[in-house]
Each structure stands twice: as C-alpha cells, then as structure tokens.
Design a protein around this ligand. Structure first.
Ligand code: XMP
Length: 510
C-alpha cells in the first residue's frame, strides 16, 4: 500500500492512477492529514506530490518529519523534492524564471529509478516549478540534471529516499510510468497484487463483514456508479439490499424500463419503483432559474427518498456509489472551489437520514468502475451509458419545465441517442444530447409559415467532464439528426449546433 501525500498539485490524482495501474494499491491523503491516520494506514511507501507553494515562503505546507522516521521508502516529486531538500539540510533557492513544460533530463549515477528507461541520457520530461534545489542534503547524491538545473533528481540510496524535480506521473514524461514502477518494485520491493477482480472479491467480502445481516437502502439512479454499487451489495447481502428508484418525471424516454427493469430481471435485485413525477413537476411549476431548479429537485429527492426508506423496516445503512474523486474533492487540501452549479446526486441525504454509510466504490476512479462492471458481468449498454445529470431533463428544458416541453425534448433526444448508437459514435463521445430552447423562430413547411421551437445539439468530447470540447461529428450524421428531429418531432422547426468548449462554457446549459 502506497500513501500519497497531496501538497496541492493538479497532478496528484495522476500519481495515484500510475501506482494503481502498476498493480499496487494507493490512496491520496491531504498533506495535513492527522498523523494517526497515516500510521493506521500502514503504508509500505510514501510519495510526496508536487504543489503550487514555495518552501521559501512562510505558511507553506509542511512535511511532518515523523513520516520520514517510519523507515519506509519515500519519493518526492517537484515540491515534494524541495520539501525533502529543505527539511533535510539542503538548500532551495528561487529560480529567476519559472520552468514550465517540456525539458530534457540527463540521468546520473546509474540510479535504480531509471533502470530500463530507454533515453535516460536524454529523456523528455515535464517540469513545472519556480524553485530549485541548489545544494543536496547530507547523504544524498545527484541522480540527474536538466539544461537549467543542476539537481533535477537526487537520492539517498541507503535510506531509500528519492526525489525528482520533474513530474513522472504525466504522460508527457517519456517512460514516467516505468520510473514510478522502479520506485515501487525495485526501491520499495512491492508486488503487483492489486487487480480489479481481486478488488471486487475482497470488497464483497468486506461488505458482508461491515453490514452483517442488517438492511441497506440505496438510491438507484440508472447511472453506472449506483448500479455497480447495487450489484456489489447485492452479491454481498442479497435481499437485505433494498433499492429505491425515484422517477422524478425528468427522465429520458424508456430510461426507467431500460435500467431498472433490466436490473430487477437479470440480477434479481430488490427494486422499488417510486413514481413521484407529479410531485417534482408541481414544485417546478413557474420556475425558470437554473439554480432554483437544481435546489428544488435536490430537496424533493431527499424528501421522497427519506419517506420511502422509512417505510422499510429496520434499515441500518445507506448505500452510495460515491467515487474516489468525490472523496478527494471533499477532503482536498486545496479547499472548496467556487460553486458553478450545485450538483445534485444524493448530497444531503446522509445528514438527514441518520444511517451509517456504506460506499463500496469509494476507492475507484470512473474508468475503474467500468472495469468493475465488466467483472460483475454487467452488459455493455449499461457499462457504456453516457453520464446523465441528477436533475435530469429539467436542466435541458431551458426556462419553465412543463410536461409538454419535456415530451418535445424526449422525442428529440431519443433521435440523437439512436443516431449516435447506430453510427457507432455513442461510445466515442463523452455525452451527446438535445436541449430545448425557450424561444420560437419562423419556418416554412409546405406553403405554410410555422412559428415553433428550437432544439440545440450538445455533443462533447471529454476525459473527466472538467474540460470538454464540442465533438467534430460527420456532417452527414448531424444532417440526419436535424432532418429527423424537424420531421418527426411536432413543435420543432429548427435545430442548431452548440460549438462551445468548456471552459468557458459548461457541458449542460443550466
Ligand atoms: P457541467 O455542465 O458542469 O457538467 O459542465 C459536467 C458533467 O456533470 C454532469 N452534471 C451532473 N451530474 N448531477 C450529476 O450527477 C448534477 O447535478 C449534474 N449537473 C451536471 C453533466 O452531465 C456533465 O457530465
């Protein structure tokens, strides 16, 4: 097990990815985590991430020196290297110019870290730093330099403490994964034992242990996360898992049957379908403001779910499909970022319900959840479902949400989904959907003037929804979507394409 201490670098998650890809379990903790938690984790190696601070400035995040006394191998990256140098008696100075981007690195002293790296005498690496190490601490030897810095890597072989000024975790560093693997396997002597199938098995065993013969209630949304969490819990505790699916009236066409029907049928899951659409639509009546819509839907969801859960006797746990990025986000060293949109999933539920939480996916990244879904035997159409927001179609009907406008959007959206599936574009894009605009425009149909609604197509590529760009779909495919929507959906006479990237736009329109 590897512990990664986060000093605020935007790449910290990538370090965890690389370590897990190597088959070693890792967790990220903020650098100011309670030292007792670090000891309880019993790490076999420690990695110190980069970060935006400078060790030369007051108030910079510190390294608890007790960690270096645990006698485990340590790898410091960027700010992590400066911290080690600074704390162990070396000297760090400010560089006149910040080095950012590609650089050449030249390995020295045959360090075990660079074993097998092909171009170690002239390696392309990714740098991002202001300060640099000018004098090494006692016991350290230089292990590489770059064109602008003398000590771009250092190590104390005896104590197994190594440090790199560049970022091995980013893809731009050639053989960066191999360098990390050298640290894990050759320096720390770890074994590659973490795999998805072992993860699934051990998690199911752990769930049995945690829950015993108590009942668990879980909100099934139809998305991959809650689905995988439900299937794992079902394997662990069977009929003691009670799933609740709330139909908020804001779902896409056929969604309820597609997901929930399937799960109940093929996985024998205990699912209660609650049709609360009238309640949600009543709350949304006359509401146009996006944040207000999101909040109302969030409150209503909690109310309905709580009511339904209370109707089941003897529930002790609330199951959730929380993923690792959500966990890190809420514990992040960087603190909360500005609220752009108040995301609604089941936020607020745990506080309200006074149940213990059980979160089988807390340790996984999104693509790892997909791999877990494969292990569990879920079908492709569930594994590859595109993300769908908690507030559903309400944030795609711009302006007031009415049953009639929802129906127009559902019909248009089904055409977008079908055309993407038929052309094999469904899996190539991150998300593709229709948005109904709150305006009418003039058209001509036959000899008659029309005055009808506009549908926008929003189809984007993304890796993690943090940034996105509009997908360059073939124009014939776009033409087919547009023609079919105007021909088949009554009340629409115009289709437009959204060609904005995120940032500065967002993926959803509200
Ligand atoms: P934005 O619009 O912020 O969306 O660029 C980023 C991603 O998040 C999805 N999204 C949500 N997902 N609850 C969710 O579970 C929400 O309230 C929510 N709002 C947006 C959106 O579809 C995109 O994938």
């Amino acid at each position: 097990r590897v512990l990664i201490l986060d000093f605020g670098s935007q790449f910290t998650q990538l370090i965890a990815r690389r370590v897990r890809e190597a088959g070693v379990y890792s967790e990220i903790h903020p650098c100011n985590v309670d030292p007792e938690r670090v000891k309880a984790f019993k790490p076999s190696a420690l990695i110190l991430s980069g970060g935006p601070s400078s060790v030369l400035e007051g108030g910079c995040p510190e390294l608890n020196m007790e960690y270096l006394e645990m006698g485990i191998p340590v790898l410091g990256i960027c700010y992590g290297m400066q911290l080690l140098a600074h704390n162990l008696g070396g000297r760090v100075v400010a560089s006149t110019d910040r080095e950012y981007g590609r650089a050449q690195f030249y390995a020295q002293n045959d360090s075990i870290l660079f074993d097998g790296v092909e171009d170690k005498d002239d390696l392309t690496v990714w740098m991002s730093h202001g300060d640099r190490v000018e004098a090494l601490p006692d016991g350290f030897v230089p292990m590489g330099k770059s064109d602008s810095i003398e000590f771009a890597a250092m190590g104390n072989v005896e104590k197994k403490i190594y440090a790199l000024q560049f970022h091995p975790e980013v893809a731009h560093t050639t053989d960066g994964s191999l360098i990390i693997q050298n640290f894990l396997f050759k320096v720390a002597g770890l074994k590659a034992t973490w795999s998805m199938s072992s993860f699934v098995d051990t998690t199911i065993e752990a769930l049995k242990e945690q829950v015993g013969d108590a009942k668990v209630v879980l909100g099934l949304s139809g998305g991959i996360d809650s689905t995988v969490a439900a299937v794992m819990l079902h394997k662990a505790i069977g009929k003691n898992l009670h799933c609740i699916f709330v139909d908020n009236g804001l779902l896409r066409m056929g969604e309820r049957e597609e997901v929930v029907g399937f799960l109940a049928e093929h996985f024998d899951l205990n699912v209660k379908m609650v049709d609360a659409s009238q309640e949600f639509l009543a709350d949304l009546k006359g509401v146009e403001d996006p944040e207000r819509k999101r909040k109302l839907i969030g409150y209503k969801f909690i109310e309905v779910f709580d009511r339904e859960a209370k109707a089941i006797e003897g529930v002790k746990f609330l199951g959730q499909g929380t993923l690792y990025p959500d966990v890190i986000e809420s514990e992040s060293f960087k603190g909360p970022s500005a609220v752009i949109k108040s995301h609604h999933n089941v936020g607020g539920l745990p506080e309200k319900m006074n149940l213990k939480l059980v979160e089988p996916l807390r340790e996984l990244f999104k693509d790892e959840v997909r791999r877990a879904a494969y292990e569990l035997g879920l079908p492709e159409h569930i594994i590859w479902r595109q993300p769908f927001p908690g507030p559903g179609l309400s944030i795609r009907v711009i302006g007031e949400v009415t049953e009639e406008r929802l129906q127009i959007l559902r019909l248009a959206d089904r055409i977008v989904q079908n055309e993407m599936l038929a052309s094999d574009w469904y899996r190539k894009v991150w998300q593709g959907f229709a948005v109904l605009l709150p305006l009418k425009t003039v058209g001509v149909m036959g000899d008659d003037r029309t005055y009808e609604n506009v549908i926008a197509l929003r189809i984007v590529d993304s890796l993690d929804a943090m940034t996105a760009d509009w997908s360059r779909l073939p124009s014939e495919l776009l033409a087919r979507m547009s023609n079919r929507i105007i021909r088949e959906v009554k009340g629409v006479n115009r289709v437009v394409l959204d060609i904005s990237s995120k940032p500065p736009s967002t993926i959803e329109w509200e």
